[in-house]
Design a protein around this ligand. Structure first.
Ligand SMILES: Nc1ncnc2c1ncn2[C@@H]1O[C@H](COP(=O)(O)OP(=O)(O)OP(=O)(O)O)[C@@H](O)[C@H]1O
Ligand SMILES: [Mg+2]
Length: 408
């Protein structure tokens, strides 16, 4: 059997492992899924390596058993508010005397664009090419073969704190796995939940996880903006535990099965039994009370994202609207509330575009894990290595493309 492509989503609340294979027609087939609770992270960042390693081993073991394969190499997701991103432009003179732009000119202009000074404690995770400008003509996707004397190239650069990246590496390597690539989590999710025309029309993904809400903006098919907000489903659970005075585990259960962020239409008075803390008596709480606690927090998350979009002037350019994904996007009424806040169409992004264990992974909580596999597949089949920011991946990537070429 071909080597599997594996996504390892190290989240704040769960570790998810997705194993994919390339089927004979070149499509993706999901053959293994494993999840395990995670408690070694805070707001998307590893803070306890031992705990994280144990959770990784558990999730990988489960997925390996299901797929009947041994996992060696994984694409790992990264997030957290240490992630920063910028857009940068490079300019070069076209090298050939007849002014025809070659692949090597494109490589040079991307090199020029990535030559920005970043602080010493940060490393580049992605250098994602956007558009090119040939002489004064903007908006060119592939300038190879065109004529021009001057070539400009725009890239989106994502950087992370070296120490956070290292702790992620350590956790994966101590679980006896090799890192095939580190991928920004919302970028991975975009591979699983977006259609090509949504990228072209312009849209923003909001991946609402347990610890963070990650944002990525696509305009005219390109990644334009990425950001991480330090709020997620855990905050909703905490609010609920305090608000209805019940232990966190029960608050989590109640949130998932009865929670809603829609205050209207609850007049009927549906009551939910709530155990008290520290031996106090059980009480009953109405769904309207749950909504009055959950709605303001969900509204806050959407409002922070709205401000981030406003601040960067992307609000009027999102023709395809907003896509919500991540576990917390399953909150009842999330899309309706988001539509109110953003004033544009909102859909829930569910992973798609593959065969195999479709039902097991067709949930927004697996968007990042599935997306990591799809990212890996795209990387290996198209072999675009510009978007491989960190030099440490370059040699490894070349080797991987070679073995994939033998199979695909
Ligand atoms: N049915 C549901 N309704 C509401 N919330 C839900 C539901 N299912 C899961 N969640 C919430 O989704 C959150 C977990 O989402 P997800 O699995 O995407 O997070 P994560 O990847 O572990 O965290 P992060 O991406 O922030 O590091 C939890 O807070 C959980 O309570
Ligand atoms: Mg996540």
């Amino acid at each position: 059997m071909d080597r599997p492509i594996v996504g390892l989503d190290i989240g704040t609340t769960k570790i998810g492992v997705i194993i994919g294979e390339i089927d004979p027609s070149g499509g993706l087939k999901i053959v293994g899924v494993g999840t395990s609770p995670s408690d070694g992270l805070r707001k998307g960042v590893v803070v306890n390596i031992d705990k994280t390693v144990k959770s990784i081993e558990r999730a990988v073991g489960e997925a390996e058993l299901m797929a009947g394969v041994d996992v060696e190499m994984v694409y790992v997701g990264i997030a957290g508010d240490h992630i920063k991103s910028i857009n940068s432009r490079g300019v070069i003179a076209v090298s050939r005397n007849d002014n025809e732009i070659t692949r090597s000119d494109v490589d040079r202009v991307i090199e020029a664009a990535r030559a920005v000074a970043i602080p010493q404690d940060r490393e580049m995770l992605h250098v994602i090419p956007q558009d090119f400008v040939v002489d004064d003509q903007p908006g060119i996707k592939d300038p190879v073969g065109m004529s021009g004397v001057r070539l400009e190239g725009d890239v989106h650069i994502v950087t992370g704190a070296i120490t956070s990246v290292q702790n992620l590496y350590k956790s994966v390597e101590r679980a006896n796995l090799k890192v095939a690539g580190v991928v920004l989590e919302p970028l991975a999710s975009s591979y699983a939940v977006l259609e090509e025309d949504e990228r072209e029309l312009g849209c923003a993904i909001l991946d609402i996880g347990g610890g963070t809400t990650d944002l990525i903006v696509f305009i005219e098919g390109n990644v334009r903006h990425t950001a991480s907000l330090g709020l997620g489903g855990r905050n909703v659970t905490n609010d609920l535990a305090i608000g209805i005075r019940t232990p966190l585990e029960r608050a989590e259960e109640i949130k998932r099965s009865h929670g809603t962020c829609l205050r209207s239409g609850l007049e009927g008075g549906e009551y939910i039994p709530v155990p008290g803390v520290g031996g106090r008596d059980q009480r009953e709480v109405s769904r309207a009370v749950l909504a009055s606690i959950i709605e303001p927090r969900m509204r806050e998350i959407f409002t922070l994202a709205l401000r981030e979009l406003q601040k960067n002037h992307y609000l009027d350019t999102l023709g395809a609207g907003i896509v919500l994904t991540g576990g917390c996007s399953q909150m009842h009424g999330a899309a309706e509330l988001a539509e109110q806040v953003f004033g544009m169409p909102v859909k829930i992004g569910i992973p798609k575009g593959f065969g195999g264990l479709v039902d097991a992974v067709a949930t927004p909580a697996h968007a990042t894990g599935v997306g990591l596999v799809q990212y890996g597949l795209a990387r290996l089949t198209h072999g675009k290595d510009e978007d491989l920011g960190s030099d440490r991946f370059r040699g490894l990537f070349k080797k991987m493309t070679q073995w994939v070429k033998q199979y695909v």
